[in-house]
Design a protein around this ligand. Structure first.
Ligand code: FRU
Length: 480
């Protein structure tokens, strides 16, 4: 009954040791690179370095040597990688596109400044720039640089960096021609609650579903202090290459409605229509205690972003998250079992195991509630339930016995689905100790860890009704 039982099979987790934020996400020559906050020495946070893994489908990953190890002088905190096609940095040789990492160097006196490293062999080995740091504000909370190309007001392309003054709840924008010399452009914030730090910002253009010009989306992660609790948010707005203006800076739209989705950032160097993010599927509240040995921490599934333009009569842009095409293609196409019924009254159980995808389309009829018990075993399950009247979709992990390892881990997350449709679609991924739910065509997601008993592998579909029963069509795919 080792913790290895619950290891994910299609989400990235390091072979061993501690992992937190995704770093340096970049696509190069058909290969997706994932760098990540990593402790090469153990299962707790510390000795922060960048681990490295690659994938061609964002589903199965190969883990490589540590890319940027900590040294006696610095820890390597979060940051980004760019493919410097024009060799603007001068780190590349003739005809070679250097990968340049822009990371937060944390010195022994706790100062946080931005520093560079580069790789000329597609991310396998890295050299630190001898002129580090390149951006230093004499601050102990200036971190998490995300760098991308953007045109200035005159249409001239150059590099832009967003980073945070974490404790001041400020986003800072800088620009540079060569990644070495940076000019301050603007700031955004403070907004929202005091008593949180801002971390891991990203700013990017997202395509709009009706073909109208893409809009800029700012992604921010926030963590409560001193008692941590982590969440990621998005703001839709405009960016003119210098300043980000949110449509409504007081409107914090959660990126995910579960407790376990943090530090999400996007891949650099993907085609403009493909904005793909990955998050750390964990929460600082209990991350140090999750019962997975000899590894700790995993990533979410990749999510490609799109904005749905405002509906007539209501609201602003809606961010939807779907699996990228390349990931969809790598997933099994033939269901291992399926079920179609016009009248599901009661419960229907399958022996699904602990690693699968189940797509369900519910015809709600007169049902009062529909849903699924996931990872069910004697006395336990993770309960996914849609209350038809309130339109609340909830995911509840309070039952499983192994979830008692932390006083606040047993809990339930809820999101209210928009609209009034009589059809509900749910795309549910269960992967050992992680459940990810995409509801309503990706308009709402819930990511939640739960630690199942080794034999908790039953999937139960259920419908509760006082009148005409609900109909369901379900297709489930094992993912070994
Ligand atoms: C976010 C974070 C970042 C920091 C890194 C350190 O989870 O706190 O702000 O760079 O983790 O590991």
């Amino acid at each position: 009954m080792t913790a290895e039982t619950s290891r994910p099979s299609f989400h990235f987790a390091p072979r061993r040791n501690w992992m937190n934020d995704p770093n340096g996400l970049v696509l190069l020559d058909g290969e997706y690179h994932l760098f990540f906050q990593y402790n090469p020495e153990g299962e707790d946070w510390g000795n922060m370095s960048w681990g490295h893994a690659t994938s061609t489908d964002l589903l199965s990953w190969s883990e490589h040597e540590v890319a940027l190890p900590y040294t006696e002088e610095e820890q390597v905190f979060s940051g980004s990688v760019v493919a410097d096609h024009g060799n603007t940095s001068g780190f590349g040789g003739p005809g070679a596109t250097p990968l340049v990492a822009i990371y937060t160097s944390v010195a022994t006196d706790a100062r946080q400044a931005q520093a560079l490293a580069y790789s000329l062999d597609r991310g396998m080995t890295w050299s630190r720039y001898e002129g580090n740091p390149v951006l230093d504000r004499a601050s102990t909370a200036f971190r998490d640089p995300k760098v991308f190309r953007a045109a200035d007001r005159d249409g001239r392309e150059r590099w832009v960096m967003v980073a945070v003054e974490a404790e001041d709840r400020l986003l800072l924008v800088y620009s540079s021609d060569d990644l070495r010399r940076w000019t301050f452009e603007s700031s955004f914030g403070p907004y929202g609650d005091e008593g949180v730090v801002w971390e891991c910002p990203d700013l990017f253009a997202v395509p709009v579903d009706d073909g109208s010009p893409s809009r800029w989306v700012l992604v921010l992660s926030t963590n409560a202090v001193p008692v941590p609790d982590s969440a990621s948010y998005s703001f839709v707005g405009r960016f003119d290459g210098h300043t980000f203006l949110a449509d409504d800076p007081e409107h914090w739209q959660p990126l995910d409605h579960g407790p376990d989705f943090y530090a999400a950032v996007s891949f650099d160097n993907t085609p403009a229509a493909q904005r793909v993010i990955l998050g750390w599927a964990d929460n600082w509240r209990y991350a140090a205690e999750v019962p997975t040995v000899p590894w700790r921490g995993m990533m979410s599934l990749p999510r490609q972003l799109e904005l749905e333009s405002p509906q007539v009569g209501g609201g602003g842009f809606r961010l939807v998250q779907r699996l990228p095409e390349v990931t969809e293609r790598a997933l099994p196409g033939e269901p291992d079992w399926s079920h179609r019924s016009d009248r599901l009254d009661g419960r229907l159980a399958f022996d699904a195991g602990q690693h699968y995808r189940c797509r369900m389309v519910w015809q709600l009829g007169d049902a009062t509630a529909v849903g699924a018990e996931l990872l069910a075993g004697p006395g336990e399950s993770v309960l996914l339930r849609f209350d038809v009247r309130t339109r609340e979709l909830s995911l509840d992990r309070s039952a499983p016995s192994r979830n008692g390892f932390h006083p606040s881990f047993r809990e339930s997350s809820t999101v209210t689905l928009a609209g009034s449709s009589s059809v509900l679609d749910l795309d549910v991924f269960v992967d050992g100790c992680l459940v990810e739910v995409f509801a309503d065509q990706g308009a709402a997601t819930i990511t939640m860890q739960s630690f199942p008993a080794p034999d908790a592998g039953t999937l139960v579909l259920f419908a509760e009704s006082t009148g005409a029963p609900a109909g369901v069509s379900a297709e489930c795919f094992r993912i070994p």
